[in-house]
Design a protein around this ligand. Structure first.
Ligand code: GGG
Length: 358
């Protein structure tokens, strides 16, 4: 029986509510299918840990995580800890150290979910964002000089390497080829960013030339953001730098009806290190503890994890159950205009999975 060791970091805020919900759904899918075992090990790292120990995770955390088949992450961030401390103390070191250089974020309208672009028609909006995940604007390079004085100087440098840029763009084209998608759109801003994005464009064109069957398109990121709203049905695969990809995919979440919906897979394609799966959303301190967080993004992230682990059937089972529940529109959380709690939505998906066995 295939058995997977999964490190679970619920993290902060609603991460602690949506991750247990998603684990229950994944365990049910494994049970329904039979012959599949998910062995979870929970790590209570995050902002509470920081307040007790002065760091977001222990010194040996990365070597501990390296032993697992995958990492399932909730959210990081709490009002008591500056956001750059929490992000750089946990999420970004994991992505960088484990060479999770592809951040996959599907943008697809789920059936029944109200959203600003619903009238485009179900099935019309279905594209995948491939975000560079280890360098670029999030390289962390820079510093501050003469802090707090009138002479203060701040430098934050984006770093684009040939290896890092080429591998993520190539991944986008390979993904398009594998999934039979016809277009790859690149987010650029080479009119203003005359070094980094001109370099990005050159590499995009060179890689695109190796995939003549796939239409390659370049858009300035501002125009692409507008296209997300006006013509999302024309998008197939989008490849973007770290910051551009982050901003565009939050917009993608809004298109899907709520930031409680989009999921994210931080992939190390070579599988030398564990990949990490998480909802796109953060810890949402305003609703944390109320039991009303939308678990869809976490459940969807779990389905991405199953797929990456080679359990495509289990992954499809989870997504089918999720979509069956959303299509009925009877049990939706408040961010989607419903009144259901996290638990009620989760139970509805679990019930749907159990019925799938009959
Ligand atoms: N789901 C993890 C989380 O808390 N994400 C919020 C966030 O700020 N993410 C930044 C990023 O994805 O780069």
């Amino acid at each position: 029986m295939p058995s997977y060791e999964i490190a679970v970091i619920p993290g902060d805020g609603i991460g602690r509510e949506v991750i247990p919900a998603a684990m229950d759904v994944l365990d049910t899918a494994a049970d329904v299918l039979g012959g599949l075992s998910l062995r979870w090990q929970r790590f209570d790292w995050g902002c509470d840990y920081y307040l007790r120990h002065g760091r977001m995770m222990p010194a040996q955390a990365l070597s501990t995580l390296a032993q697992f088949d995958a990492i399932f992450l909730g959210a990081v961030g709490s009002p008591g800890v500056p956001d750059h401390v929490s992000l750089w103390g946990l999420l970004l070191p994991i992505r960088q150290s484990f060479q999770q250089y592809v951040n996959l974020r599907p943008v697809r309208l789920l059936p029944g979910i109200p959203g600003p672009l619903r009238e485009k028609g179900e099935g019309k909006i279905d594209f995948i964002c491939v975000r560079e995940n280890t360098e670029g604007e999030y390289a962390g390079a820079g510093g501050r000089l003469h802090v707090g004085t009138p002479q203060e100087v701040v430098v934050q440098t984006a770093i684009f390497t040939r290896t890092g840029t080429e591998r993520v763009i190539r991944y986008a084209f390979e993904l398009a080829r594998r999934q039979g998608r016809r277009k790859v759109a690149s987010a650029t801003k080479s009119n203003a960013l005359n070094h980094s994005m001109v370099f990005w464009d050159e590499i995009f064109s060179a890689v695109a030339a190796e995939y003549p069957e796939i239409q390659a398109e370049k858009y300035h990121v501002d125009a692409l953001a507008a296209r997300f709203i006006t013509h999302p049905e024309t998008l197939d695969v989008v490849v973007a730098s770290n910051l551009f990809g982050d901003i565009l995919t939050d917009l993608g979440g809004a298109l899907q009806g709520s930031l409680g919906i989009p999921a994210s897979a931080n992939i190390n394609p070579e599988r030398r290190y564990p990949s990490m799966f998480e909802p796109v959303h953060g810890s949402a301190p305003d609703i944390a503890g109320k039991g009303i967080a939308n678990p869809i993004a976490a459940i969807w992230a779990g389905a991405l994890m199953l797929d990456f682990l080679g359990e495509a059937e289990a992954s499809k089972l989870v997504m089918r159950a999720l979509e069956e529940v959303t299509s009925r529109r009877e049990v939706l959380t408040p961010d989607l205009g419903g009144q259901a709690t996290t638990r009620q939505f989760t139970e509805a998906v679990i019930g749907q999975l159990r019925r799938a066995r009959l």
